[in-house]
Design a protein around this ligand. Sequence first.
Ligand SMILES: O=P(O)(O)OC[C@H]1O[C@H](OP(=O)(O)OP(=O)(O)O)[C@H](O)[C@@H]1O
Ligand SMILES: Nc1ncnc2[nH]cnc12
Length: 147
Amino acid sequence: MLAAENGRDPRLKAISDAIRVVPHFPKPGIMFHDITTLLLDHKAFKDTVDLFVERYRDMGISIVVGIEARGFIFGPSIALGIGAKFVPLRKPGKLPGRVISESYELEYGTDQLEMHVGAVQPGERTIIIDDLVATGGTLSAAIRLLG
Ligand SMILES: O=P(O)(O)OC[C@H]1O[C@H](OP(=O)(O)OP(=O)(O)O)[C@H](O)[C@@H]1O
Ligand SMILES: Nc1ncnc2[nH]cnc12
């Protein structure tokens, strides 16, 4: 249960304030949300992980799936906090075993995600962790990989 005040967790504002917004990066028109500034703020970084652990522990979740690259920053800590395994979804050509792949479109280009065959067993409850959703293309590809 989140420690909510007026329906909103008091930690959220500091977390939001710790994320730097860089206009026109990496292309004109993109408002880039830079989480590296959040990582420099120990309390905000820890609160971010804690919020997810508090929300998802005791829910029978056995796998945290993290999306390369920035999902790897938050996902493993959340997995350890809730007592789950961690499964990385990687960019093409990085995983040594047999993989399944999904292509997707980004705000600035196209890309592909891969997962090791057998990393997730049918019926396992999972959560998918990344730093942000923009178009939703990456998250949709991750959901298709798990489906
Ligand atoms: O909702 P979407 O439009 O799909 O965009 C969100 C995705 O874009 C960013 O990753 P990026 O592909 O830039 O890779 P990186 O984490 O390796 O920098 C971000 O970390 C998300 O994964
Ligand atoms: N607006 C944005 N900020 C940071 N990362 C992104 N990835 C895709 N869109 C992004």
